[in-house]
Design a protein. Sequence first.
Lengths: 510, 150
Amino acid sequence: MIDALVSLGHGFGVALTPMNLLFIFIGVCLGQLIGALPGLGPSAGMALLLPVTFGIPPATAIMMLAGIMYGGMYGGTLTSVLVNVPGEAASVMTAVDGHKLAKQGRAGAALSVSAIGSFIAGVGAVTALVFVTPPLAEFALKFSSPEFFLLATLGITATASIGAGSPLKAIMTAIFGLMIALVGTDPILGTARLTFGTTELLDGIDFLPVAIGIFGIAEVLSSLEQSYDSEPIKTRLRDMWLSAADWAECRMAILRGGTLGFLIGLMPGAGPTVAAILAYVTEKRFSKHPERFGEGAIDGVAAAESANNSAAHGALIPMLALGIPGSASTAVLLAALVLQGIRPGPTLLVEQADLVWGLVASMFIGNVILLVLNLPLAPAFGALLRIPYEYLAPGILVISLVGTFATTLSLFSVGLTLFFGMVGYLMMKADLPRAPVVLAVVLAQLMETSLRQSLMLSEGTLWIFLERPLSIVLLLLVIGSLALPLLGLLTRHRTERRRRAEAKISIATE
Amino acid sequence: MKAADILSACVMLALSAVVFAATWGQPYWADFAPGSAFAPFWVASAGVVVSVALIVGALRRQSSPPAEWPDRRGLRRVALAAAGLWAVVVIAPALGLILAAVLFMLFLLLLVLRRPLVPSLITTAITGALVYSIFSAWLGIAFPKGIFGI
């Protein structure tokens, strides 16, 4: 515990240099703007801005990208409350009650409680991260190839199981991601695979064209379908003060939402959106006035916003300690580490202590900056929402193309980005989740290499996955994550059948 | 959404077939370890199983919400934006990537999104300057330069 505090102190030394402070500020401001823009989430924004970070040192780049990630959680509130359009998916519950509050003339209170709740939950989650990450990373040093294979598999299956939407579709899109990652040169034998004679594909399909295409371009194309010339509700600085009654109503909601969000953030695949929805539903059960939910409940807003920010920070723990991203945003952050030449995994904390502890300290600083930006400056950011989105969309598309070229110096990669952009757009229309594709692309190499290494060690027998207690636990978790949606499906079918049978009986007796 | 589910499952079936076919000649098991076709075989097999399950589920489902496709105007905007993006890749070697990107922005703002001339020109100028200063001047990226040398 003392070691963690000493390391954190060292991390503050790294984060408080003028250059790092500047890039933390730029990161959180960009995150705030990206979160506020409808149709562009933090993961898309991070992927788009990844090429820009090549000119700066790795620790600074990661601090800036992480700033975009949690800054997006704060920014999403603005559009949800003032326009009734969630700036990003995790703010969907905020839009329900936040906009109702704004219509009642309480936009300032909704924004204020969101900022304070996000700040308290964010700082709480980073504090927990300080103490949870080092022992987890130390424990993970005991992992060998079977455990890494099972852990990477769990990262994918849990995304399908816990994430919102159809688990079957999520598994299907994860398989699509694995297929993308198979293209290139076999990592063990070195033979060409699925390249169809194209030399450009021998190095495989990079993560960046997939992420920029599937998140960035697809989301911009989708948002071009309609105009967003909206008139946001105005709010003033003096409206931002919370009354004692508001604070009394919200403080427990912030605590509950923050704790729940952190725990959900730890689980692979769940992420801030699931955290916000669950925290909102939980708060409705605890509330003295559940009838207000959906009509402008300030405690509902507080719970959802605290949970999404806390989950965004909590999701960093498996990424930093194990090298396994639990969400699309942490997948982009992990890819950024790889692109900067850093090997993620349990040894990261030892090999890159400056980077990890600098990042952790930067999140304390970033949350303070965001609190300042979102309390006195919220009306100013609100005014930015008056700029029609149509002026921003072409710029985002151009930065996507130029950024991809800057990373790979190849027009072929730019073409691939566009291809994945079109695929991502069609996936949005077919209601197919896109995050599993990106997660699978990131985790595929670890999965394949560790599986093949395990089978090499065991001379082909699968018993190697049952030899150590740790791998048995992980295997059970993988099986459980696959069985969970199946059980849910069976229960739903049974309930539906019973309802139909009851309906038939009631018709017969009438 | 039923049709979309069936269609996406069929696409996955086709992709699985391509993976099977393209790695058919490669070894599933080498002398001492899994070969190059090992992972593709299992990934494609999982693709087939999940696609079939999705098709069966979609066919058995009695009601399903309709897919949210854009209206005609929205579809036109998306199609033209996509065509413009592909045009950038095609004309970049001839005109240069930065110039092609600037032309794309003007095309999108003025012709597709029908925005007023002056704000569109200002937006394009700001974006062009931003892209040039970050990627060319700061990061030193050598973009394809076309006949105009830009």
